[in-house]
Design a protein. Structure first.
Length: 402
């Protein structure tokens, strides 16, 4: 079906624009007039020659989903039918990939599927958590409230991810820069000094000889080293994809000094935030625990949560099996126990999540403050050591002349 772009004015005189699907221009004009719009411009949208090339299409981001969720919640709260709200949002979506997904959902809902069932067909855009909460909202008649909770949940989850990325990226960037600078010095600068030292006719100091040997080795084997590095990256990626590899690397990550403690705090914050959101939305605890496990992002934590789920199915509380591992601190377990006893588990989980998100903030700031001087010392020491090693023969010759 052709797509038409349009510009029109509302009854209040505000200019708006968008896109719509219509069999022809006459149908498109009728659809716009039915919405009480005065058409200023209407024309067929030029065909995208890369429309069927998936990797050429824009990626659907968390920001796209949050904006959609909040706008859709407002429309449902205002009394708009689901199909009409989805149609408007599909027309206004700036991300073409997301626009296609929303149009498919509109078509499926019009065909008789529930909103959750239609969204479930697009797992890369709407995960199990999103689908289950929407289903709970449809059954309970509180879809607008559920969508608001989902938007807040996604925003907080993305904030956590951004904090972890910033904590990991800073030292990585500094180390990469240090390696590049050192490699440039060894490959291009040291050989110049080596030619100059050859005319001295005397043995080089040990530090200088070590640096010269390093330069010769790297210059002669740089291609093999690059290939080996790329190969190691691919091997690690393949190992991570295997079941045992992912489990071993996830277990190692949780045991890393400094970073391991940070990852545990993130795990607690994500677990409590996700579980609290699902329970407050009316999702049964057994179903909620399974979804929380799948969205945990760590195989070790996933296994722990699934064990907790099995214990709950046998009649135990959440707190009891959680106390049998070292991921969840005693304070968290006690607060969950109090929440279960008082019937306010969702509220207690939300409070724990808020607390640990603040803890992650503090931990990231502390980590950055600690790493900055250490990395600067490493970078300065490495480059300074090379410079001193290359100037030692010059100092030695100057001392001999005296």
């Amino acid at each position: 079906m052709p797509i038409y772009t349009w510009v029109a004015k509302t009854k209040k005189g505000r200019t708006i624009k968008g896109e719509l699907d219509a069999a022809d221009e006459k149908v498109a004009r009728f659809q716009l007039k039915r919405r009480n719009l005065t058409i200023k411009k209407l024309k067929p949208k030029p065909k995208d020659m890369f429309a069927n090339v998936s990797f050429m299409q824009p990626k659907i981001t968390s920001k796209d989903i949050v904006i959609f969720t909040r706008q859709f919640s407002t429309m449902i709260d205002a009394g708009l039918p689901i199909v009409q709200g989805l149609t408007i949002l599909a027309e206004q979506a700036e991300n073409t990939s997301f626009k296609v997904v929303l149009k498919k959902i509109v078509s499926d809902v019009e065909g008789g599927l529930s909103l959750a069932e239609a969204m479930e067909k697009h797992p890369k855009v709407f995960d199990k958590l999103f689908v289950h909460l929407v289903a709970a909202g449809e059954v309970g008649g509180i879809l607008d409230i559920i969508l608001q909770r989902l938007a807040a949940y996604i925003e907080k989850t993305q904030k956590l991810k951004a904090q972890i990325k910033s904590a990991m990226m800073y030292p990585l960037i500094v180390v990469v820069v240090a390696i590049i600078v050192i490699a440039v010095i060894l490959i291009f600068v040291i050989p110049v000094f080596e030619e100059m030292f050859a005319d001295f006719g005397s043995a080089l100091p040990l530090p200088t000889q070590i640096v010269v040997n390093m330069s010769r080795f790297i210059k002669g084997n740089i291609i093999y080293m690059v290939i080996a590095g790329i190969g190691a990256g691919f091997l690690f990626k393949a190992y991570r994809k295997s079941k045992s590899g992912k489990k071993n690397t996830d277990a190692l990550a949780l045991k890393l000094p400094v970073f391991g403690d940070l990852l545990k705090k993130v795990a607690v914050a994500r677990f409590t935030r996700t579980l609290g959101t699902m329970i407050s939305s009316g999702v049964p605890i057994i179903s909620a625990m399974e979804i929380v496990a799948k969205t945990s992002g760590n195989v070790i934590l996933e296994e722990i949560i699934l064990e907790v789920r099995a214990s709950i199915a046998e009649g135990q509380t959440i707190a009891e099996p959680l106390s049998e591992n070292d991921i969840f601190p005693r304070m968290v377990i006690q607060m969950i126990s109090v929440g279960e006893a008082t019937g306010a588990l969702d509220t207690m989980l939300t409070k724990i999540a808020d607390f640990y998100e603040d803890e992650v903030d503090t931990a990231v700031d502390a980590l950055t403050s600690m790493l900055e001087p250490l990395l600067m010392v490493f970078l300065g020491g490495a480059i300074g050591g090379l410079v001193i090693a290359m100037y030692l023969p010059i100092f030695k010759m100057a001392a001999a002349l005296e």
